[in-house]
Write a protein that binds this ligand. Structure first.
Ligand code: ZN
Ligand code: ZN
Length: 293
């Protein structure tokens, strides 16, 4: 007996599927590799050229090792969020196989104007929470788009509560992956701040030791200088994005839905809470250690 065709096998959009349709990526998913490199390479440089030298600066509780461990764990967390954002259904509305029949408009005049084609309104008015809202028809997906839904020209799908198609993630950002995208952007900002702060701390240690001026210390550790510049530039992007999306969420301009995998979300929240605790611990712990000789 022939196997029934799976939804992803008959998919008309431009998405790419992996693991039997369990993971769904955008058509430009390759850009994900560039994004991973932009995160992983600077962290590798940090671990090898900065964090390695900081290991023995905090002898109490071997706290120096925590700097290295946090950088690695935090990076894995950020990359995981990036992967979840890129591999999840952003809220694609399945295409219809034919135009909505209930809206067909059997008008003889219009039929006479365009023979052989049925006419129906491209915009219709629906009532949402007692308010009349105009919704548009999508020619490609053959559906009337719900409010805040847009057709992504790259993925060639209508996406519910569409925010944008992110070229760095290679996926639409919409109803179902917005939370992970926001967590990814805000965590990337924190990672930037962390790498920047630790690189600056290493420069300070160098200045306290054999390199009395900032320039001499930076010359001794060009990796720190490169990381300071790189994190500063990145922070303008990811920090700006975090601020912008925080503003959108706080003013309710982004529709957040509970229609996401609750187990996955709980796992991310649990992990985030632990990371924040470790981060706070380190932030409180390090300054005190600076005064202990
Ligand atoms: Zn569409
Ligand atoms: Zn898209």
């Amino acid at each position: 007996m022939a196997q029934p065709q799976r939804v992803y096998e008959a998919w008309k959009g431009s998405n790419r599927f992996f693991f039997g349709g369990r993971l769904i990526f955008g058509p430009d998913a390759k850009s994900l590799l560039v994004s991973v490199a932009l995160i992983a390479v600077p962290v590798a440089v940090f671990c090898v050229f900065v964090a390695r030298h900081l290991r023995h600066h905090f002898p109490a509780y071997n706290a120096g090792y925590a700097i290295l461990a946090i950088a690695i764990v935090f990076t894995i967390y950020v990359l995981l969020l990036l992967f979840i954002t890129a591999s999840q259904d952003p809220g694609i509305i399945p295409r219809a196989s034919h135009p909505p029949e209930e809206d067909f408009h059997y008008d003889n005049l219009s039929l006479a104007d365009t023979p052989g084609r049925l006419q129906f309104p491209r915009i219709k008015e629906v009532v949402v929470n007692g308010m009349p809202v105009k919704i548009k028809y999508c020619e490609t997906c053959m559906i009337f788009r719900p409010p805040r839904c847009s057709h992504c020209s790259i993925c060639n799908n209508c996406v519910e509560r569409f925010d944008h198609h992110c070229p760095w993630v290679g996926q639409c950002i919409g109803k179902r992956n917005y939370r992970y995208f926001f967590l990814f952007v805000s965590s990337s900002s924190l990672l930037c701040i962390y790498i920047f702060a630790m690189s600056a701390l290493y420069i300070k240690f160098l200045m306290d030791e054999d390199y009395p001026t900032v320039w001499k210390a930076l010359k001794h550790s060009p990796a720190s200088l490169a990381l300071l510049i790189y994190c500063f530039i990145c922070l303008w992007f990811v920090g700006g994005l975090t601020g912008f999306h925080t503003y959108l969420i706080s003013t309710n301009q982004v529709g957040l839905s509970c229609e996401i995998d609750p187990y996955l979300f709980l796992l991310v929240v649990f992990f985030s809470a632990h990371l924040i605790r470790i981060f706070c611990f380190l932030c409180c712990f390090l300054p005190r250690q600076l005064y202990v000789v």
